[in-house]
Design a binder for this molecule. Structure first.
Ligand code: TYD
Length: 196
């Protein structure tokens, strides 16, 4: 199973990765936990470039770097793990690029989808969970520490509506209320996964 968590900064993705890891291990499933950007050695360097607050870059450059990170991640980490029969739980995947670079940065969803198709060879998540937060709350909770967190409330609002639109009727995609306590968020994710 390939499970992806999406959502704005400060929506609790890292906490959920940890809780899901623990819960699945109790059910004798040892998932591979990973994240984007930065899930490979090259990806860690790309992540630094992408997040550095002092680094200026054009939106298309940002998209190309995100997609480069994803290609390395899919080929080196995600696909080999899935092929070996392992569950993969990943913080952020294709929808992040479509929501942030395609829609919020205004490049267009179509070019973001096309480049992502090339980068992933069409590998799609089996389950996607959007940890949904009102933009005001996400904005308030983040520390303005990196290039993305430093964006204004308006950017957070665009990302949120993009996510909700993209999730729409996508099979295997669920919106989860991220204002609930972490244990409850984890329970509602688990309830939708094919675990005993
Ligand atoms: P992440 O480490 O997930 O930040 P957080 O844990 O705070 O949510 O991601 C860092 C930033 O990268 C985040 O603000 C969103 C951005 N991002 C994109 O814009 N496009 C992408 O394709 C990905 C994977 C991340």
């Amino acid at each position: 199973m390939f499970v992806v968590l999406e959502g704005p900064d400060a929506s609790g993705k890292s906490t959920q990765l940890k809780l899901l890891d623990e819960a699945l291990r109790q059910k004798r499933i040892a998932p591979l936990i990973t994240r984007e950007p930065g899930g490979t050695e090259l990806g860690a360097e790309l992540r630094e470039l992408l997040l550095s607050p002092s680094r200026k870059m054009r939106p298309l450059t940002e998209l190309l770097l995100m997609v480069a990170d994803r290609h390395e991640h899919v080929e080196e980490v995600i696909r080999p793990s899935l092929d070996a029969g392992r569950w993969v739980i990943c913080s952020r995947y294709v929808l992040s690029s479509v929501a942030y670079q395609g829609i919020a940065r205004g490049l267009g969803a179509q070019i973001a989808m096309q480049l992502n198709d090339a980068a992933t060879g069409g590998l799609a998540a089996d389950y996607t969970f959007l940890l949904d937060l009102p933009p005001e709350l996400a904005y308030e909770r983040t520390g303005q520490r990196d290039r993305f967190e430093g964006e204004g409330l308006d950017f957070y609002a665009k990302v949120r509506s993009a996510y909700l639109e993209l999730l729409g009727s996508r099979p295997g995609a669920y919106v989860i209320d991220a204002t609930l306590p972490p244990e409850e968020v984890c329970r509602s994710i688990l309830a939708r996964l094919p675990v005993p």
